[in-house]
Each structure stands twice: as structure tokens, then as C-alpha cells.
Design a protein around this ligand. Structure first.
Ligand code: 13P
Ligand code: SF4
Length: 331
């Protein structure tokens, strides 16, 4: 088939998918996506593959090629349940590692291995050894936004969706929580547990300020403000609700506020707007450059070439898996 005929066929095949995202993707942009989407759908069938996509993925990935979407906790949980030979993780590297830890027998692909995270980059296994030496006997909770090697050096993992529950489950007067200083401070305030923090920050959420939120409230009367707990505590204090990306999404689904401000990454608003035309989104969002490394063409190439496969050294994987499984066992 000629390239022009191919393109027309792809547009026809993907018409119903475009209908889903037409509120957030201009019609003029769709032909750029349609061919890759049709190819990815076909490749998923041939490879027995599924695409797991984080809430920060762009709308054409999130709504048109993903089989499972969610926050870090949901992706970790669902990774165990997927019936497929191949998992393509449309998200950042630590998420792909978590999927591999929980699915050692499956092939896990990350479309761009450079899709990192400022939090994961802020702490190393050597730092973890120093913390153990300095605070003997104090349990270490590791945010999932870390490398497998750092998870392996910790006692238990947490995500933004279960951090409070995990810290409380330990029943300890002191807890070390790494590497997100703000998440740790926010959880310390919620639980009253004394938390020893690490100076890691999310480069997306640390840029929001309390005065910015106050200004946006003045300019947008009645706006409901939802913040991610990776934001500094003074920003969370300005919000009506704080929670993981899935908790923010659930909040909008349940209450459908007339106007909402999601204090988090940009694509979240687009992805929720797809199913909530009645909600007005105020958008002072910040982009995550790492999440944005994942694109449709890279997902297509990953499936065509079965690259870039995530591999974790066996002894590291065994200990890191234990920390993730301990987290998943806390209900
Ligand atoms: P969630 O687990 O809330 O989706 O957060 C992941 C993340 O990277 C937020 O910046
Ligand atoms: Fe990491 Fe922040 Fe990007 Fe999430 S938004 S992946 S925490 S840099």
C-alpha cells in the first residue's frame, strides 16, 4: 500500500479513538498520531503486549494506546495481574523497574531509557548505607520514585497513594523517609510521626508556590484546588485536597467541581478533561521533561524492536522486590 493510502487507512481505523480525545487534541494534529496508533495496536496483538501508562502521559498515549492507566500504586498493582508476555511501560524508568520486579518472567520495555526522575536521581545506595549507620534501627521507607538498588537497601516502599498508611503500619516513633523531603514533611504533619527526611525534590512540583495558588484562587472564584503531596507543605496547605494522581482524578470523577486546579503535571488536566467536558480546568501546570520523553513513535519502535528491555541484577532485584511486596501487603 502507498504511504498516502496507508495514512488514509490509519485515519479510518482510528476514527473512534479520535472521537474520545477530540476535546483535547486539535483535528489538525490527529493525522500525525493516527499511523503510530494503528501500528501500536497491531503490534500489541502480535507481541501479546500491554501498555501501562502513568497519568502524566500525553492524551494520545493515555487514551488511545494504553491498556492500563493509573498512579504509581495502581501501575504496580496491575503489573502483577496482567496477562501478557510483554509490558511496555509508558512512564519513567523507576516505574518500569517496579513492573519488572513484580514480573521477573515477563519482558518489560521502556520506550526511552533516559526517562528518569529528579527524585530517583537524588539518592544512591551509598547514601542509604550512610543513613543506616547514622540511624541504626530506624526503619527506612523508600518512595517508589527510586532506583531498584535504593529500594533494595530499604525496609519498605511507599507511593503518594499509600504513604500515610505505610508509615502508620510501622508503629515506630521515628521513621526515615527518602528521598522526597516535601512528601515526608506532608506525611509527618498528617500522622504526627517524627520523620527523618532527605533533601530530594520533584523538579515539577517544587516550582509551585503558595502565593501562586492564592493568586489563582483570587483570579478564579470558586476554584477547587487539588495538590500532589510532592508539593512543598506550604502549597499543600493552600489546597482543598492533597493526594496521588489517581486520588486527584477520583476526586474530579466523584465531585465534578465546576472549576478545578490540579497542582501537578500538565497532562493530568488533559486526561481528566477527556471525560469531564463540564469541568473547567485552571492550568498553571508544569511539565515533567522525563515523562514527556515517552512518545508514540518511541512506543512503536519499542514494540517493533523489543527494546529497551529492563534488566535488574538478581541479588538487587530480590531485595528490592521484598520492599515493594511489603508495601503491597499493607491494606
Ligand atoms: P503518583 O504515584 O501520584 O502517580 O505520582 C508519581 C509521580 O511521579 C508524581 O510526580
Ligand atoms: Fe519524577 Fe517529578 Fe517527573 Fe514525577 S513529575 S517523574 S516525581 S520528576
Amino acid at each position: 500500500m502507498s504511504a498516502a493510502l496507508n495514512a488514509t487507512a490509519s485515519l479510518y481505523d482510528t476514527a473512534s479513538l479520535y472521537d474520545r480525545v477530540k476535546r483535547v487534541i486539535p483535528a489538525i494534529e490527529w493525522p500525525v498520531f493516527a499511523d503510530d496508533i494503528a501500528a501500536i495496536i497491531q503490534l500489541k496483538r502480535e507481541r501479546r503486549a500491554v501498555v501501562l501508562a502513568h497519568n502524566y502521559q500525553t492524551p494520545e498515549i493515555f487514551n488511545c494506546v494504553a491498556d492500563i492507566v493509573g498512579d504509581s500504586l495502581a501501575l504496580a498493582r496491575e503489573a502483577i495481574r496482567v496477562d501478557a508476555d510483554v509490558i511496555v511501560l509508558a512512564g519513567v524508568h523507576f516505574m518500569a523497574e517496579t513492573a519488572k520486579l513484580l514480573n521477573p518472567g515477563k519482558t518489560v520495555l521502556i520506550p526511552d531509557p533516559e526517562a528518569g526522575c529528579s527524585l530517583a536521581d537524588s539518592i544512591t545506595p551509598a547514601d542509604m548505607r550512610l543513613l543506616r549507620e547514622r540511624y541504626p534501627g530506624v526503619p527506612i521507607v523508600t518512595y517508589v520514585n527510586t532506583s531498584a538498588a535504593v529500594k533494595a537497601a530499604s525496609d519498605i516502599c511507599c507511593t503518594s497513594g499509600n504513604a500515610r498508611k505505610i508509615v502508620e503500619s510501622l508503629g515506630a516513633p521515628h521513621v526515615i523517609m527518602v528521598p522526597d523531603e516535601y512528601l515526608a514533611q506532608n506525611i509527618a504533619q498528617e500522622t504526627g510521626v517524627q520523620i527523618i527526611t532527605w533533601a530530594g525534590h520533584c523538579e515539577v512540583h517544587e516550582r509551585f508556590t503558595a502565593s501562586q495558588i492564592r493568586t489563582l484562587r483570587r483570579e478564579n472564584p470558586g476554584v477547587v484546588v487539588l495538590a500532589h503531596p510532592e508539593c512543598p507543605p506550604e502549597v499543600v496547605a493552600e489546597a482543598d485536597f492533597a493526594g496521588s494522581t489517581a486520588m486527584m482524578s477520583d476526586f474530579v470523577d466523584a465531585r465534578a467541581p465546576a472549576r478545578v486546579l490540579l497542582v501537578t503535571e500538565c497532562s493530568m488536566s488533559d486526561n481528566i478533561a477527556v471525560r469531564h467536558p463540564e469541568v473547567e480546568f485552571v492550568r498553571p501546570c508544569n511539565l515533567c521533561p522525563h515523562m514527556k520523553r515517552i512518545t508514540l513513535p518511541k512506543i512503536r519502535v519499542a514494540l517493533e524492536q523489543m527494546g529497551h528491555e529492563v534488566r535488574i541484577e538478581a541479588s538487587v532485584a530480590a531485595r528490592a522486590r521484598q520492599a515493594v511486596e511489603r508495601m503491597l501487603a499493607v491494606r
